[in-house]
Design a protein around this ligand. Structure first.
Ligand code: ADP
Ligand code: MG
Length: 928
């Protein structure tokens, strides 16, 4: 053990990581000390130990505290007591089941994961195996462990591969795949351990909360999740929320109409005079930094003329204006074969990080339609949100969260701030000896590609495998063309071939291999120097159908790959050639990390040009001046650490800005998140029968109270009470005539009125219960609450979208848009909940049964919905007339002044304060 500790000390002298390693070294020593004892156990005995520990743990956890903090503390403390033994058992099981014995650094990685932190371990360090250690330990509580991967292929691969360890130890494992139905999903979730992608986990959560029967729900709780490639999922993917949507009625013709005029508008720019006053030229301005496009004053006038619309900023033209703005973005910012491709009449998004195609995904807010119009393909009808959650808020639901990746430290702030996750950098098992060369920079892209081509050819002639990273499919293909012309054999790995990605990347380490890949394509697949014999054999013979041929092929390739490995080692290992720097350093590090794994030799270099996006848009003027000063010549690059540093500064800046953007979006989402939680909680309580009758009666009483407050207010003399509307609404809502309450207006005072009417309302409720039959009535009640709540919540989501759009404008009025948004969305939420009560009460009191409600209750939602990840559109920067009256459904009959939220509940505005200390305080004031 001293070995690891020593290595660590020199690696991180003085850092937080070093302290962590020092803290964990004795634990690792203890696990190692257990090894001989554990190794002596039979397979049966190993399983027996695990079963026994499982029993002890469930004993210790019979009574779980309600409160989250205490619960987490108790579970963690209990498991800590078994960590050493369980890790020793898993290590032995891994050795026996799959022939891999976890290294000491892997044990450390496992402890960090168990502690609910992020293990940063380089590519090829064996993180898949690392996860099994904490997974087994935590699965012993029987409360479920989720392992989250970036795609279905990896979920499946890892569940199979690591599943051999779990089943060896007597645990069960399930795997969620995209095409699975609910029955299979439910089974997978019932297993001790469940593998799946972030999207599947998130969508299952949303779908569960649209169901009408508890038995149909597939998930049970969010206890512990380990997220693999955690930066990709919790940072990159988290930019876009998960959305389940259904069709809405907005016309698609508008997008074609608007699209026609875009080519006739002139792109202009913003200019500042020497006093700093801004003015604009042309018809529209594009801001690449903030990814927006907007019309200028002149542009507005011209668009109005071309479209034959007198005033785009009139409320009735708000849709047209919005369509124009999206069309501008579609034309100016979204490039074909870069951001999307067109295939079989469909616009398919290309994921900006992986370069993968995302069929079925759509940009939100009309952008997709605008791109479809631009490409002149059929426009799909616009969709309306039925349910949505951000990945941040999904993953924050877990009692304990952990993650692993090769590249997390550059984003440590974000992990800490958003998820409360600490990043611990774990040293490699073998020393890293890859040589990272400084960037070289050419003046133009053309010169750059010429140089890239020469470099590939040079490396290829030595037989050194080279992996070329590009930022888009388009660029991969251009390069591929150039290589073809020079007859260099190569494979292109990009979105179009994503099923084959893993198989291709696995062979990228063969002698003389040239592989071109878009960003991070094939992430999660190991590049073995000399090639992967299994993959090669599989291409020749199916291991299941032709086992003999397969075994023969494996033998053949094993020796061939071993031979090639020697040659590749001599040639210097895998060479990484980056052709553009990404906005985030992390993505570049990810590319570099494909080489030099487990002590392999390797090298990397980025070849850039001043015309690259990052340099063009973000690099400082100073750098450009300096480069000019050096006198760049054609085909003569500059190679300098100073340039590399300067690019790094630009990247840090962009990273910071992107983080701010994500934080900002999240602040808005947090408001809705609180509301979603309370709606889902109510839903679940109703579904599980904990809420129903009382909820309706409470609502009924409140309605009576507000009727009295509205029409017979305290500050008015009984002569001035409004009898007529009072009676009308009483009839409308409860089907009740005042006479039935034994009230005569002449002889009644206010408290008497309230009491008498309340009593009559309650009595009528009981009558209906009796006539219809208590059991049927409960079903009807449940069905009504759920369907009204769902419909109103859906409308509310739309209202919030509109509110968010309009709110950007408020910033001009010196008001903080977020504060405004919180306030207004809170009001909207209150109104919505009131509408739910009003409607449910009204239906329940008035509905006549013609059909048994059971059949209705079992009917599934009629809407055909689909799941998308929306593009996160910026909240600010869009010049739109403020429109503050979003559709809020049918008008309410009465308005309540009393709060619908318990005084000690968290305030739905999302402030985190108790309701009575926040909005409840002002409500009190207003009422009193
Ligand atoms: P990562 O996810 O960290 O990039 P993987 O989990 O894909 O790495 O593993 C990379 C390779 O290392 C795999 O081929 C795996 O078989 C191998 N490996 C992992 N752990 C060990 C170990 N303890 N001993 C030997 N090989 C290992
Ligand atoms: Mg991995």
């Amino acid at each position: 053990m001293a070995g690891v500790a020593d290595k660590v000390v020199e690696f991180f002298a003085g850092s937080k990581h070093e302290r962590e390693m020092k803290r964990l070294a004795p634990v690792v020593a203890e696990i190692n000390a257990r090894e001989p004892e554990v190794a002596a156990l039979s397979d049966e005995a190993l399983r027996g130990r695990i079963a026994a520990i499982r029993g002890e743990i469930s004993q210790a956890l019979v009574q779980l505290p309600e409160a989250y903090v205490e619960r987490r503390r108790l579970v963690q403390a209990t498991l800590d007591g078994y960590l050493v033994e369980v890790f020793a058992l898993v290590r032995e099981a891994a050795r026996r089941a799959i022939g891999l014995r976890p290294f000491d650094v892997q044990l450390i990685g496992g402890i960090v994961l168990h502690d609910g932190k992020i293990s940063e371990m380089k590519t090829g360090e064996g993180k898949t195996l690392v996860a099994t250690l904490p997974v087994v330990l935590n699965a012993l509580t029987g409360r479920g462990v989720h392992v989250v991967t970036v795609n279905d292929y990896l979920a499946h691969r890892d569940a199979d591969w690591m599943g051999r360890i779990y089943t060896f130890l007597g645990l069960t494992v399930g795997c969620i795949q995209n095409q699975m139905g609910d029955t299979e999903r439910k089974l997978a979730y019932q297993a001790d351990i469940t593998y799946g992608t972030n999207n599947e986990f998130g969508f299952d959560y949303l779908r569960d909360n649209m169901k009408f029967e508890v038995e149909n729900m597939v998930q049970h709780g969010h206890v512990y999740a380990i997220v693999d490639e955690v930066d990709s999922i919790l940072v990159d993917e988290a930019r876009t929320p998960l959305i389940i949507s259904g069709p809405s009625e907005i016309s698609v013709g508008l997008y074609y109409e608007v699209d026609r005029i875009i080519p006739r508008l002139q792109r202009g720019e913003e200019i500042r005079d020497k006093y700093g006053n801004k003015s604009t030229t042309g018809d529209f301005i594009v801001d690449e930094k903030s990814h927006t496009a907007s019309l200028t004053e002149d542009g507005v006038a011209k668009a109005e003329k071309l479209l034959g619309v007198p005033n785009l900023y009139e409320p009735t033209n708000i849709e047209t204006l919005h369509a124009v703005q999206q069309a501008l973005r579609a034309h100016a910012l979204y490039k074909r074969d870069d951001h999307y491709i067109v295939k079989e009449g469909q616009v398919i998004i290309v994921d900006e990080f992986t370069g993968r195609l995302m069929p079925g995904r759509r940009w939100s807010d009309g952008l997709h339609q605008a791109v479809e119009a631009k490409e002149n393909v059929k426009i799909e009808a616009e969709n309306q949100t039925l349910a949505t959650i951000t990945l941040q808020n999904y993953f924050r639901m877990y009692e304990k969260l952990a993650g692993m990746t090769g590249t997390a430290e550059t984003e440590a702030d974000e992990f800490a701030h958003i998820y409360g996750l600490d990043v611990i950098v774990i040293p490699t098992n073998q020393d890293m000896i890859r040589a990272d060369n400084p960037d070289i920079i050419y003046r133009t892209e053309k010169e750059k590609w010429k140089a890239v081509l020469e470099e590939i050819i040079g490396v290829h002639e030595k037989g050194q495998p080279v992996l070329v990273g590009t930022v888009s499919i388009e660029k991969s293909e251009t390069l591929s063309e150039l290589l073809k012309r020079r007859s260099i054999p190569h494979v292109v790995l990009n979105a179009k071939y994503h099923e084959r990605e893993a198989g291709i990347v696995a062979q990228a380490g063969r002698f003389g291999a040239v592989t071109i890949a878009t960003n991070m394509a094939g992430r999660g697949t190991d590049i073995i120097l000399g090639g992967n014999p299994e993959g090669l054999a599989r291409a020749e013979a199916d291991p299941l159908k032709e086992p003999d041929a397969y075994t023969a092929a494996i033998e053949k390739y094993k020796s061939k790959c071993a031979e090639e490995r020697e040659k590749v080692l001599a040639a210097g290992g895998v060479h990484i050639l980056g052709t553009e720097r990404h906005e985030a350093r992390r993505i570049d590090n990810q590319l570099r990390g494909r080489s030099g794994r487990q002590g392999d030799p390797g090298s990397s270099r980025f070849t850039l040009s001043l015309e690259d996006d990052l340099l063009r848009i973000f690099a400082s003027d100073r750098l450009r001046e300096w480069m000019k000063h050096l006198g760049m010549e054609e085909d003569v690059p500059i190679e300098s650490r100073m340039v590399t540093r300067s690019i790094e500064r630009a990247q840090k800046q962009v990273e910071g800005r992107n983080f701010e953007m994500r934080k900002h979006l999240l602040e808005y989402d947090d408001v809705m998140n609180k509301q979603r939680e309370s709606v889902y909680r109510l839903r679940r309580n109703v579904l599980e029968g904990r809420e129903g009758r009382d909820w309706v009666l409470r609502g009924a009483r409140e309605i009576v109270e507000s009727l009295v407050d509205s029409y017979c207010p305290e500050d008015k003399h009984p002569d001035q009470w409004e009898h007529e509307p009072f009676e009308r609404e009483l009839k409308e809502l409860f089907g009740l005539a005042l006479a039935q309450a034994d009230v005569s207006w002449e002889k009644v005072n206010r408290p008497q009125l309230r009491e008498a009417v309340t009593a009559a309302v309650e009595q009528r409720f009981e009558e209906r219960e009796r006539t219809i039959g208590a059991e049927q009535f409960r079903q009807l009640e449940r069905y009504l609450i759920l369907s009204v709540l769902d419909a109103q919540w859906k409308d509310h989501l739309l209202a919030l979208d509109h509110l968010k759009e309009g709110i950007g404008m408020r910033a001009y009025g010196q008001r903080d848009p977020l504060v405004e948004y919180k306030r207004e969305s809170f009001d909207l939420f209150q109104e919505m909940m009131e509408r739910v009560e009003d409607q449910v009460v009204q239906y329940l009191y008035r509905v006549e049964l013609v059909q048994a409600p059971t059949q209705q209750a079992q009917r599934r939602r009629p809407l055909a919905h689909r799941e998308v990840k929306a593009e996160a559109t910026g909240l600010q920067g869009e010049r739109r007339e403020a429109q503050h009256s979003p559709t809020t459904g049918p008008p309410t009959t009465v308005r309540r002044s009393t709060p619908k939220v318990g005084r000690n509940d968290p305030c739905p505005c999302g402030s985190g304060k108790k309701y009575k200390k926040c909005h409840g305080a002002s409500a009190d004031q207003a009422a009193g």
